[in-house]
Design a protein around this ligand. Structure first.
Ligand code: ZN
Length: 612
């Protein structure tokens, strides 16, 4: 997807979100100090720009294969400056909105700025700024500096960090604004190239500045309890397990620890290597991407409403593999690393016959030529790319044994050829005596003779559809969870310098809960092999996403009304099994995090709770 296109999508979605934000802010004003910033476009953290395939940077897309970037670009806030200095003269002209859809030169729009934690900033949060400006190809990212000021006082500055593989420039300024003791609206001003050092490619320096308004809220009730959450660490045989207090993972820690132990052991056994040290594992109360990422440490989603699918055990093995394989193959490339991690797990989201499932890619005509996939791995549809990589790894291990594969895997690096496919090709010749094209041919021959169970075809087709729809849901309703736009900070640094909310807070509107429950129900049906039911639920979710959140069909209406009926008693639902006029649900009732089962029934047009 081109940047221009993705920006346009983002902008369109932004218009909707901005409206929501304005409403939120309007309703919040009564309780807050009125601040300046009158004509500036208003954006709270809720208004995270939607980035369709342009925010991933080097840590995108289950960036397990990549070391987590250090945060050395973050200048410390200037403590000597007053925090309440007004900036009447420094104000740009926010009434003229630069439009990066049209701007070809270096430019920044308010949709390019995200404040974390999302979706709300509570007093006491240390705010991170993520910038995704438009930087022409001709300009070196490192030459572009940005400064960020709050009410006229600079809190962060320095060069952008990187250009991701889609060409999108990104700068992240972590934990730069301490909101302790603050409340109300604050004017955030971001200026690119403040000294106007860049001339070529920055023909219009006026579109380098944006000013937005951020709302800092004093949390009350459950929000205050969530904001006061702290990290809790437990040491086990394999790992240091970090959880945030009063989350699902904290509640289930006793059960989780042995599952993790077993997962790490499986990764160690299949990779024939013992961990050189205990792993740091963070269970976070929020979905990010497909559920986890790993660099030197592992971050895994553990939430009650698992809208990105189940398969926790496979996920833990997968991320463990990404950490352990670096002990013998620190230079490994993404395509092989993801393929190996799926092979080590014995399946992507569950136990899967990888040979049969890869053969299914051919049946569904979803196969991507290997050279193309190897060279540009992460942008390829996630389930297809990972499965195909795992299929090839499985084939190579079956063909030449583990030791040959391990040597090959360790040897392939970006330095071995002009492209990654060339690097794989040259090492296949060395270790397998065949070129990439020959291996691909042989492998196809083997797949062609594999009998494919029709249920596997339906399973894969529905799985791909499920995750495509779940990602569309993320783009529209939980954008900073989307693997391409998520800020994925190093968890140890979050623990030391950031807020637990960086990895836990998330949008929880009625629409979020309803759509997440439906996605969860689709995943349950898919896992039970009820593909027809899974697809009916996905049809319904797809219609809602296509129609700007309008809920029309009876099934979706039932889910929404169930969510509302439960909310009247302060229940947050995590799973709903809908059968005609009855529903069985799992719920929590804050501040209690214990899961409770509810039985609900449709009476007339309202759902009522029969037992709880
Ligand atoms: Zn991975």
């Amino acid at each position: 997807m081109s940047i221009t296109h993705s920006r346009r999508v983002r902008l369109k979605v932004m218009q909707r979100i901005t409206l929501v934000v304005l409403v939120l802010i309007a309703s919040g004003l009564a309780a807050c100090n009125r601040a300046t910033g009158a004509s500036a476009p208003t954006i709270a953290a809720t208004a995270a720009p939607i980035q369709t395939a342009d925010g991933g940077a080097v840590t995108a897309a289950d960036p397990a294969t990549l070391p987590v970037a250090p945060t050395d670009t973050l200048p410390p806030p200037s403590p000597s400056l007053p925090t309440d200095a007004p900036s009447p003269s420094a104000a740009p002209s926010p009434t003229v909105m630069p439009d990066p859809t049209d701007a070809a030169d270096l430019s920044l729009n308010y949709t390019d700025v995200t404040l974390y934690p999302v979706p709300l900033i509570y007093a006491g949060d240390k705010v991170t700024f993520q910038l995704l400006p438009h930087v022409p190809e001709s300009i070196n990212i490192g030459d572009v500096t940005a400064i960020i000021a709050v009410n006229g006082v600079q809190v962060a500055g320095g060069p952008l960090d990187r250009r991701n593989w889609n060409g999108q420039a990104e700068g992240v300024y972590e934990w730069a604004w301490d909101t302790t003791g603050l409340s109300g609206e604050y004017r955030i001003e971001v200026v690119l190239d403040p000294g106007d050092a860049i001339q070529a490619g920055d023909e219009d320096p006026l579109n380098n500045t944006v000013a937005i308004t951020a709302l800092v809220t004093v949390p009350t009730g459950q929000a205050a309890r969530d904001a006061a959450a702290v990290w809790e660490t437990t040491e086990t045989n394999c790992c240091f397990i970090h959880v945030v207090s009063n989350t699902a993972a904290a509640r289930d820690l006793q059960a989780l620890a042995p599952v993790l132990e077993k997962a790490v052991q499986q990764a160690a056994d299949r990779l024939t290597i013992q961990p050189s040290q205990k792993l740091h594992v963070y269970f976070i109360d929020r979905v990010v991407g497909q559920g986890g990422f790993a660099g030197t440490d592992m971050v895994v989603s553990y939430v009650d409403r698992r809208y990105a699918g189940g398969g926790l055990y496979e996920l833990l093995v997968h991320e463990s593999a990404h950490i352990l394989d670096q002990q013998f193959a620190p230079q490994r490339i993404s395509f092989l690393a993801e393929g190996l991690a799926v092979w080590v797990s014995g399946g992507h989201y569950k136990a899967e016959d990888l040979k049969q499932r890869s053969a299914t890619l051919l049946t569904l005509e979803q196969y991507v030529p290997l050279a193309q996939l190897i060279n540009d791995f992460y942008p390829v549809q996630h389930e297809i790319g990972y499965l195909e990589a795992a299929g090839l790894v499985t084939y190579l291990i079956d063909r030449g044994g583990w030791n040959t594969f391990k040597s090959f895997y360790t040897e392939v690096s970006t330095d071995d050829g002009p492209t990654l496919a060339d690097a794989v090709d040259v090492n296949l010749q060395r270790y397998y005596g065949a070129t990439l094209a020959q291996i691909e041919n042989e492998w196809h021959g083997s797949l062609a003779s594999t009998t494919v169970d029709p249920a596997v075809v339906e399973d894969l087709r529905t799985t791909i559809r499920y995750y495509n729809i779940a990602r569309r849901y993320q783009e529209l309703y939980d954008p900073t969870a989307h693997y391409l736009s998520a800020w994925l900070p190093h968890p140890t640094q979050v623990r030391e310098f950031g807020n637990p909310a960086d990895l836990t807070r998330r949008p929880e509107t009625e629409m979020n809960v309803t759509l997440e429950l439906m996605l969860t129900a689709a995943d349950v049906a898919l896992r039970a092999g009820d593909f027809a039911r899974a697809n009916v639920i996905l049809d319904s979710v797809g219609h809602i996403l296509d129609n700007g959140g309008t809920i029309i069909d009876p099934m979706a209406t039932s889910y929404l009304n169930i969510v509302r009926a439960a909310a009247e008693y302060d229940y947050e639902l995590h799973m709903v099994e809908l059968q005609g006029n009855t529903a069985r649900a799992m719920a929590t009732q804050a501040p209690n995090i214990r899961l409770t089962s509810l039985v609900m029934e449709l009476r007339g047009t309202s759902w009522v709770i029969l037992s709880h």
